[in-house]
Design a protein around this ligand. Structure first.
Ligand SMILES: Cc1cc2nc3c(=O)[nH]c(=O)nc-3n(C[C@H](O)[C@H](O)[C@H](O)COP(=O)(O)OP(=O)(O)OC[C@H]3O[C@@H](n4cnc5c(N)ncnc54)[C@H](O)[C@@H]3O)c2cc1C
Length: 456
């Protein structure tokens, strides 16, 4: 299709026009990061590792401690490759489990697809460390958070500090915390997740100039129940390093094992059960609607049994000690990431929260952090793009396209995985045909590698 030249010019120039207007300092010296999740901590590590000229980084989090034993497990691939560049490759290798295979079957055992992750990743140069280690791991989120926090100078992470609001002016930005404390910085980065205060500020700054207003997270109508067996041992022998996906009646279940960072190499097991929310359409439930382990466990086991999911999955759910249920939310990734005044910028879930079905949320948050630090380093070195449009806009321009594509792909997968779940969902035969065809044609493997490849 031919796009008329004037349209191309408008497409190109409209973001650039707003970029040039931004008065962002090319070399901020004091940077505040709001949020000590994976994205915020990875950014702090990158700011202190690359030649950014940043002299002081403070990472604030509303939580009073980075508590072990919270949350579930994640897959890390492109994010691991980037962390290796930041000197954390050895820690990842020692703390995580290598991922070798993803095997998808119908509840009766019929195989839909089988992805040889180890071979695929080994054939992708950007995903192989200099020592030959393929960068595809599974790790508990708290273990990864600990690796990142421990890599920062003491005092960088400041806990028990809930950001209430911020005030931006030409000289910098003032952060106002619960309890009345205030502190000024040259730049603030909102790595504060789904309910981001910094995102609200960025949206308001554009609304004040006649741009769009706040864009609250959108509920997808899909829910996930998680069950973690911290001591592991709940899955069939020999399945470590393999993710098993099962498709039943209106239910999709995934089991996997994850490194915990423990010195003895202990692993945890996890089951994730995905289903369509029959009540969706009425008011969206709160972000985390159920953290009560026993309620979720009972509901999850019943759901798996009714869907005919095999005993190897039900057994993990029955043994889980930490069980919780989350609604899947997204943030509109096309909304502004940089405030009008150029002193506030977003990353990770605050910028582009995505459905978890490609396992890319944490991977992309890490890449955001690296890219932002890299753009600040480029601006300091006098790089052209960073000089013309400023480092923040250069970062947003580079990151927006890959994360938007991943967001759409994850959404499609979510629709497929919840097929057969009642009104508004796709029929199951469409789902089965989709996964079977994509497996046979090698499309699923390509989608995995494209998502896993680092884009920075
Ligand atoms: C069901 C599910 C499964 C997932 N599976 C995977 C996977 O397999 N692989 C993968 O890569 N990703 C996965 N993800 C996504 C991943 O967990 C996140 O996308 C990723 O960790 C990026 O997080 P973040 O650092 O941007 O934000 P978060 O991890 O949400 O961190 C935000 C931080 O900000 C703090 N904060 C919030 N508000 C304030 C405030 N006002 N003041 C101070 N601090 C504040 C919070 O306490 C928190 O510590 C999954 C997500 C879900 C929901």
């Amino acid at each position: 299709m031919n796009i008329p030249t004037p349209c191309v010019c408008i497409l190109f120039l409209s973001p650039v026009a707003s970029l040039v207007a931004s008065p962002t300092p090319t070399s901020p010296r004091r940077v505040a990061v709001v949020g000590a999740g994976i994205g915020g901590l990875a950014l702090a590590r990158a700011l202190q590792t690359l030649d950014t000229g940043v002299e002081e980084v403070a990472v604030f989090d509303r939580r009073s401690e980075l508590k072990p034993g919270v949350g579930g497990g994640i897959q890390i691939n492109g994010g691991a490759a980037v962390l290796a560049r930041l000197g954390l490759g050895e820690q990842m290798k020692a703390s995580a489990l290598p991922v070798r295979r993803i095997l998808s079957r119908k509840s009766g055992g019929f195989e839909l697809l089988d992805i040889d992750v180890e071979s695929l990743v080994s054939a992708e140069p950007a995903l192989v460390a200099p020592d030959g280690t393929p960068q595809a791991f599974s790790i508990m989120r708290d273990a990864l958070q600990r690796i990142l926090a421990d890599s920062l100078p003491v005092g960088t992470v400041r806990l028990g500090q809930r950001l209430e609001s911020l005030r931006e002016d030409d000289a910098g930005v003032e952060l106002l915390f619960e309890g009345g404390a205030a502190e000024r910085f040259d730049l603030v980065v909102g790595a504060d997740g789904l309910s981001s205060r910094v995102r609200e500020h960025v949206a308001a700054s554009h609304a004040a100039e006649g741009g769009g207003g706040a864009t609250p997270p959108e509920y997808s109508g899909i829910r996930v129940q998680f069950g973690v067996v911290p001591a592991g041992g709940a899955r069939p022998a020999g399945s470590e390093g393999e993710f098993h996906q099962w498709f039943g009646e209106g239910v999709y279940a995934l089991t996997g094992s994850y490194g915990t960072g423990a010195a003895d190499g202990a692993t945890s097991d996890m089951v994730a059960v995905v289903f369509a929310d029959r009540a969706a359409g009425s008011a969206a439930p709160p972000e985390n609607s159920n953290w009560e382990a026993s309620d979720v466990r009972e509901d999850c086991v019943g759901r798996l049994r009714r869907a005919g999911i095999p005993a190897e999955v039900v057994s993990v759910a029955e043994q889980c000690e930490r069980c919780f249920e989350l609604g899947v939310y997204e943030h509109d990734a096309t909304a502004p990431w940089v405030s009008r005044g150029g002193r506030a910028v977003l990353l990770g879930d605050a910028a582009h929260a995505m459905a978890p079905f490609l396992g890319q949320g944490a991977n992309q948050a890490i890449q955001d952090g690296y890219c932002l630090a890299d753009r600040l380093a480029a601006a300091r070195a006098g790089g052209l793009a960073a000089r013309v449009m400023g480092p923040l806009q250069s970062y947003a321009l580079l990151r927006r396209a890959p994360v938007t594509a991943l967001q759409l792909e994850s959404r499609l997968l979510g629709a497929m995985e919840t097929a057969g779940g009642g009104a508004g969902t796709l029929p199951q035969f469409v789902r089965d045909a989709f996964f079977l065809a994509n497996g046979k044609l090698g499309v699923a493997a390509q989608v995995f590698v494209k998502g896993a490849r680092p884009w920075v």
